[in-house]
Design a protein around this ligand. Structure first.
Ligand code: BJ8
Length: 424
């Protein structure tokens, strides 16, 4: 067992508090993941990654920094990873999904803030996340109001750069976003001292596209009945995508998909063929937020897709064709990113279309709309989702929750009643 304590000290972590966090994780992981029946063998890689979540991967980031490289933290899929990679830096997702860091955040942020924002901020404020500590700077974005205002406070504790994301997908919105990509490119070049050339960007986009393709392949495998992989395992893979080494991750997702192809061919599933098939849609589920999937799965359902930024919104749309020039590539990146149908946009009808397509093509018998408490954008959009699904006769269950365990019993009762209705 490697001892990482000196690395964590170097990163100025609060070691006592960090110990408490690491003590809780193995048990929680074993109960949630390792206890599942008939998991694909290739999930072993992802189990290993989680077992080293604050160890080996952080060491890789520190080695990169020791060699003169930079690490850049992100909170939103709108920030293009390929631009960061083209500058020779490593992007890492910092959105957090645990109640552990929420009390620290509530010393500063209002309690009625969404759990994702509080958890992410709390990790910096309480110095319990080696990833934010390892990052040379973080890139925020002007998506929801809670995040925007959190970044202003975060800037008091960590170098923070905020990128403007438009609120409407108009011609003007696209121009603004394109200009913001150019500004971000200049910022990255200034921070890393490396020039982002057309060639480097082609290579970086190819790397990121290969990862997205592998995730699409995994997502597509979940169309099969019985589903060859559990919803929990599939969600875990997407969560790991935000911080693992891109090329190694892609290779392992493809190995997993090869195994799933074999399972599909032989009719082997991760659940019974008649398990109710559920599409989850709404707020992202940052690692280690496995709460809703676990309740659904323990109640006998199988989650066959996530319409969220820890799901289809992250990987569905590939980069469009371009002429190979730097300017042409930035336009292609802008167009790809603007296909992220986040509820922060108005209007956002494309998301409703996406949900209908996913429910139909993945043969979902019901949709669970997942809303983090105090996330007004997704909460307001839920009504439109409900109406659209009603027109297609797809039942919807609206869940609003946070990261605490307090409402587990109540949620389980509601989920079980919903599944019972689907079975009837
Ligand atoms: S593109 S979904 S990753 S902004 S859940 S913090 S919206 S109050 S995370 Fe998001 Fe980018 Fe959009 Fe995706 Fe605010 Fe809602 Fe909290 Fe949210």
């Amino acid at each position: 067992m490697v001892d990482y304590r000196s690395m964590w000290s170097e990163l100025a972590l609060d070691l006592d508090k960090h110990d408490l966090l690491l003590q809780a994780l193995p048990r929680m992981y074993a109960d949630t993941f390792l206890s599942q029946d008939n998991r694909p063998k290739a999930m072993g890689y992802f189990d290993f990654v989680i077992s080293e979540i604050h160890g080996l991967r952080v060491k890789e980031l520190m080695d990169h920094k020791a060699g003169g490289g930079k690490v850049v933290g992100l909170f939103c899929v709108f920030v293009p990873e390929d631009l960061i990679i083209a500058a020779g830096a490593i992007p890492v997702g910092l959105c957090a999904g645990t109640q552990f860091s929420v009390p620290d955040a509530e010393e500063v942020l209002p309690r009625n803030t969404c759990a994702l924002i509080k958890s992410s901020f709390g990790f910096k404020f309480g110095r319990t996340c080696p990833y934010v500590q390892a990052s040379d700077f973080v890139i925020g974005e002007t998506t929801c109001d809670g995040k925007k205002k959190m970044y202003e406070l975060l800037a008091e504790y960590h170098p923070t750069y905020v990128m403007e994301v438009p609120q409407k997908k108009t011609t003007l919105g696209r121009e603004l976003f394109l200009e913001e990509l150019r500004r971000l490119k200049a910022k990255l070049e200034q921070e890393t001292g490396a020039a982002i050339t057309a060639e480097r960007l082609v290579e970086a986009t190819a790397l990121v596209e290969a990862k997205r393709r592998a995730l699409r392949r995994l997502h597509s495998a979940r169309k099969a009945r019985p589903a060859p992989i559990s919803g929990l395992d599939a969600l875990l893979v997407t969560q790991v995508a935000f911080y693992d080494d891109t090329a190694r991750f892609t290779e392992n997702v493809n190995a997993l998909c090869d195994e799933l192809d074999g399972r599909i061919a032989s009719g082997e599933g991760a659940c019974p063929a008649d398990a109710p098939r559920i599409l989850v849609s709404g707020s992202p589920m940052a690692i280690p937020n496995w709460k809703l999937h676990r309740i659904l799965q323990d109640s006998g359902a199988v989650v066959v897709g996530e319409e969220s930024c820890t799901g289809t919104r992250y990987f569905t749309y590939p980069s469009p064709e371009h002429d190979g020039s730097l300017a042409g590539q930035l336009e292609a990146i802008a167009d790809r990113q603007l296909e992220t149908h986040c509820a922060c946009f108005t209007p956002n009808d494309e998301r409703i279309e996406d949900i209908l397509t996913l429910a139909r093509d993945w043969a979902a018998e019901g949709v669970v709309h997942y809303n983090l408490q105090f996330c007004h954008t997704f909460a307001n959009e839920a009504l439109k989702v409900e109406r659209a699904l009603a027109r297609e006769n797809v039942p919807l269950l609206r869940i609003e929750t946070d990261y605490s365990d307090e409402d587990m019993g109540q949620l389980k009762t509601r989920v079980e009643a919903f599944l019972e209705m689907l079975r009837r």
